[in-house]
Ligand binder design. Structure first.
Ligand code: 0PR
Length: 390
């Protein structure tokens, strides 16, 4: 754990001055000036940042003092439910997809037990599933069952999922898309599997939820990941990823309350609402910011952002291909990958360019995000060429 003491400072002995704070942050990489190609999160939209800054005191855990937060929370749910094909969906703001996935898995286990489930519950997912499920399996004692997945993209094989279903299966998880590769599981097929076996299906659309509906409109060959698939019971979507909302802004939407209310807890005080989230005290500022952002952008604005990202990705892919690079797969969302040595990341970092390395796959991973300019993309490709990485 790092702390101020590790940096040779003692905050109790002298007042913190602005100058010393900028000394501390001087080593951070900025979205503006830096060449950040490893981050699924981005600089928050200025309007959302302003609303958050103005509302830092709001606690979503106290609906009695701050009823505005609950109102905005349910408006966000309506908006995201509509985007996912079910305007009457229910849901809640979370700190991110780790918490949303936790609540979805926990509620599914509760339902499975209620229906007579015996023994250690299982969750089936592909190898593209996020590592948050590893944490969740530790916390909830659930067994993760990994289905066959494509060797290049980690996209799950729905037939393998079907074969793995057992009386201990509490939930199937689809990933849309994978944080390592951006690959989107075939949610339509998985939904049919889930329905035929009577098992709920959670879609982890942390990074794809605000992209896929619009990329589909723009002609992308992507599956419908939403509630029009009758087997889909819950969907995690993170506005703090490709929605450019300030951190923390996650969301869990559901077909029915039963799929998300496993943690339902009454507080010890009269007049404060029940809690459904894992966190108690929650940032109301980020909820108001997300509400304001969606109100400002609407579906039209989000489509524009997806269009901008798609154009930036095409620019990167064209430049890479012209440079003679072989892509590890055809990108579906905003992760572009090249087979490379793990040293490549360090070599680029010495040039001030931040990429990441997908250890399990041996890929140099480039995340296309809104903070990037075409010029930065060109700089990345030039550096890849100069360093002999492509
Ligand atoms: N599910 C998926 C598919 C994700 O991509 C992520 C996070 C999560 C769940 C968990 O979400 P929270 O971390 O919001 O709870 N994906 C990013 C990743 O692992 C997180 C991230 C973002 C990492 C920015 C680094 C970074 O610079 O890549």
């Amino acid at each position: 754990m790092s702390g101020t003491r590790d940096m040779g400072m003692d905050i109790s002995s002298r007042p913190v001055e602005w100058a010393s704070l900028s000394e501390i942050t001087a080593s951070d990489v900025s979205f503006e000036g830096g060449a950040i190609f490893n981050s699924i999160c981005t600089r928050p939209h200025p309007l959302a940042a302003q609303v958050m800054a103005d509302n830092l005191h709001l606690n979503a855990g106290d609906g009695r003092l701050f009823p505005s937060v609950a109102r905005c929370e349910s408006e966000i749910t309506n908006f995201l439910g509509g985007l996912m094909g079910l305007p009457r969906a229910v849901g809640m703001c979370t700190s991110g997809a780790t918490e949303a996935n936790l609540i979805a898995v926990h509620s599914a286990i509760e339902n499975w037990r209620r229906k007579g489930g015996q023994g250690r519950p299982q969750v089936i997912l592909g190898r593209g599933g996020h590592f948050s499920f590893d944490k969740i399996s530790v916390l909830l004692g659930v067994e993760l069952v990994l289905a066959w997945s494509d060797i290049d993209t980690l996209k799950v094989d729905p037939e393998s999922v079907s074969e793995l279903i057992s009386p201990r299966t509490a939930l199937i998880v689809a990933t849309a898309g994978s944080s390592e590769t951006g690959a989107v599981d075939d949610v339509e097929w998985l939904s049919r599997v889930a329905l035929s076996k009577g098992v709920p299906l959670h879609v982890d659309a942390a990074s794809g939820g605000l992209l896929i509906p619009f990329l589909r409109d723009l002609g992308g060959a992507l599956p419908d990941i939403g509630f029009r698939n009758d087997g889909v019971t819950t969907i995690a979507i993170d506005p703090h990823k490709f929605g450019s909302a300030p951190i923390p802004s996650g969301h869990l939407v559901a077909r029915e309350w039963t799929w998300i209310e496993g943690l339902r807890t009454e507080s010890h005080y009269q007049g404060t609402a029940r809690h459904l989230t894992f966190l108690g005290t929650r940032s109301g500022g980020s909820i108001l910011a997300t509400y304001a952002l969606f109100g400002h952008l609407g579906e039209k604005g989000l489509r524009g952002m997806a269009e901008q990202l798609k154009a930036l990705r095409s620019h990167l892919v064209d430049r890479l291909r012209k440079a003679g690079a072989t892509l590890a797969y055809v990108p579906e969302l905003m992760v572009v990958a090249l087979k490379a040595d793990s040293d490549a990341v360090k070599v680029l970092e010495r040039r001030g360019i931040f990429t990441s390395y997908a250890k399990r796959l041996g890929y140099l991973r480039i995340v296309v995000q809104l903070h990037m300019s075409e010029g930065q993309v060109d700089g990345l490709v030039d550096a890849l060429l100069m360093e002999g990485i492509v």
